[in-house]
Design a protein. Structure first.
Length: 242
């Protein structure tokens, strides 16, 4: 939930003007402290629940009554709809700084896509097909799918969700020269940067900042689609390789 609080708030600030990672230090402090204290008290503690809901409403700009009704515990879809519901707009999941009209603003159910992702499906698919068939001269059988629901539904995670932190710990321990760079988009609601920050902070001392670095740029899931972010990330990679 602290991760959710962070991603909601950065979206609210972006609506008022350009936002950098450093601008959100106060929200990170809240997400790591008072937010968690009130959250673990549970909804049986009315005072703590209202305090949390009111703070989330103040940080995100979402109506206080709505935040209290949801106890300050927004699912991603609920946030995307409630953030600018007064104007009948929904935010993107892949990039919350992008918004579009809600096709059913009067419905109690969610009937909207992703304004930051859906419009890109056709042009990105065309670009990928053009790259493989013309530039790479690779013409496999079948049709190209940018995102396959069939593959996603058929994915077998085994005993639990897929994770790579266990292997990362082992690799960093075995190879003292290995360095890791993790890049995120500030407005990505699908893979929020704060989740990675919390995870990386749990690594042992041998995997400190000198070896493991997190960089966050204005942008969404594909932050590198923004020229400034892409150039900055390229510089980070170059520095890592030296």
């Amino acid at each position: 939930m602290s991760t959710a609080c962070r991603r909601w708030q950065r979206s609210a600030r972006e609506a008022k003007g350009p936002v950098k990672w450093t601008d959100l230090a106060d929200v990170e402090r809240y997400a790591r402290s008072d937010f968690l204290l009130d959250l673990i008290k549970g909804q049986a503690d009315t005072e703590a629940t209202n305090r949390l809901a009111d703070k989330v409403a103040a940080l995100t700009g979402i109506d206080q009554a709505v935040s209290r009704r949801l106890a300050g515990r927004f699912e991603v879809g609920e946030f995307r709809r409630e953030f600018d519901r007064k104007n009948g707009r929904v935010t993107g999941r892949y990039d919350a700084s992008v918004s579009g009209f809600d096709p059913y603003p009067d419905s109690s159910f969610f009937h909207f896509g992703d304004p930051s992702g859906d419009p890109l499906m056709a042009p990105l698919t065309s670009a990928a097909v053009d790259l493989t068939t013309r530039k790479l001269n690779w013409r496999p059988d079948g049709s190209y799918q940018l995102l396959s629901d069939g593959v996603n539904k058929a994915w077998d995670f085994g005993r639990g969700p897929a994770e790579s932190v266990s292997q990362l710990r082992q690799i960093l321990a075995l190879d003292p020269k290995l360095k890791l760079l993790v890049g995120h988009g500030l407005f990505d609601l699908a893979t929020p940067y704060f989740a990675s920050k919390i995870i990386l902070d749990q690594l042992p001392a041998y995997a400190g900042p000198a070896r493991v670095k997190l960089v966050v740029y204005p942008g969404g899931h594909m932050f590198y689609s923004r020229d400034v972010a892409r150039q900055a990330f390229r510089s980070e990679v170059q520095a890592l390789m030296k």
